[in-house]
Design a protein around this ligand. Structure first.
Ligand SMILES: CC/C=C\C/C=C\C/C=C\CC/C=C/CC(=O)SCCNC(=O)CCNC(=O)[C@H](O)C(C)(C)COP(=O)(O)OP(=O)(O)OC[C@H]1O[C@@H](n2cnc3c(N)ncnc32)[C@H](O)[C@@H]1OP(=O)(O)O
Length: 281
């Protein structure tokens, strides 16, 4: 970003530095006191992860990696939705080239977030199904506001979570819990998620969730940053390497699967159900 633009933004935000506003789908704000970056998703109405939001997320993660932030907190500008997961419109009756770019970008964004060298935490201030849960479980810590739901509900849509979605989930939950929840496509309430360990803490508001994420990141203040990040990377290396090695096959598998007539039919019915529900409200 141009230095002059950064400077004018610095002047505007008293103690927080807005590091990126070039795109409207994500913003990065670095707190001058803590040095921690808050990455906010802003794609109304539900932060559906389409190609452009995924691109912005990836470039915002890269920006945080590059600006020496002490940590990254992922959250949403919506008051009720963290992220509704993948934008189903990207997968339903897809454009041939765009769906390839979409899935490739999802892979890249996951590799960047799950493999991030800075401490990461999610302030889950709303519902977080499927791809939303993928983002949250790719972070190292999760704080969630009550009365929302989180989980990998793919089987409820007649689709299958790829291995790397499972890897993020398994980095948080024991295998037995993860397998059962995935097979059921189970969505956990905030309270259930806390009980099972899918989230680490609850908070009564987004602000409190962010404070708790800041406190988590603060636990690394006296730890050597290089030693911490190399340790994290060793824990995550096998999962990251597996996707790196299989990226092309993973893409082809996704394209084959998603283009099956039965899958397309299921997605169409699911979308119709969402739209009917939205009209009733
Ligand atoms: C053998 C095979 C091996 C390997 C397989 C290989 C590949 C696997 C293939 C595929 C895997 C793909 C993985 C996908 C993961 C996903 O993320 S799929 C998306 C799942 N998401 C959901 O199910 C969430 C659905 N949405 C909701 O439940 C609610 O909308 C939500 C609780 C989030 C919010 O509720 P509310 O505030 O009441 O809002 P509305 O429901 O009224 O929604 C507002 C409008 O937004 C539209 N919308 C909602 N979610 C989505 C979405 N995910 N995508 C697109 N659009 C969405 C909704 O229709 C409303 O639109 P309208 O206003 O009517 O136009």
């Amino acid at each position: 970003m141009m230095r002059s633009k950064v400077l004018s933004l610095v002047a505007r935000a008293a103690s927080n530095r807005m590091m990126s506003t070039a795109t409207k789908l994500t913003t990065v704000e670095v707190n001058d006191k803590t040095g921690i970056a808050t990455l906010t998703m802003n794609r109304p109405p539900v932060n559906g992860l389409n190609l452009e939001l995924l691109q912005d997320l990836k470039s915002s993660i890269d920006e945080v990696e590059g600006n020496k932030s002490r940590g990254l907190i992922l959250t949403s500008s919506s008051s009720t939705i963290f992220s509704a997961g993948l934008d189903i419109l990207e997968m339903y009756k897809p454009d041939k080239d765009r769906i390839r770019a979409f899935w490739t970008q999802l892979q890249e964004t996951w590799l960047a977030l799950y493999g991030s060298s800075v401490p990461t935490a999610a302030a889950i201030n709303g519902h977080s199904p499927a791809g939303g849960c993928l983002l949250a479980t790719s972070c190292e810590y999760r704080v969630m506001v009550p009365n929302f739901t989180i989980g990998l509900n793919e089987t409820q849509l007649g689709i299958v979570a790829p291995k790397w979605f499972m890897a993020s989930f398994l980095s948080v939950l024991p295998q037995r819990e993860a397998e059962r929840a995935l097979n059921q496509g189970r969505m956990f309430t905030t309270e259930e998620a806390l009980k099972v360990g899918l989230i680490d803490e609850t908070a009564n508001s987004k602000e409190e969730a962010i404070e708790k994420c800041v406190a988590f990141i603060g636990t690394f203040a006296k730890v050597n940053p290089l030693a911490r990040s190399l340790t994290k990377q060793q824990f995550r290396a096998a999962d990251l390497q597996q996707l790196q090695n299989e990226r092309q096959q993973d893409l082809e598998k996704f394209l084959f699967f998603v283009n099956q007539p039965a899958v397309q039919k299921g997605l169409g019915i699911y979308l119709e159900g969402l739209k009917k529900k939205a009209k009733k409200q």
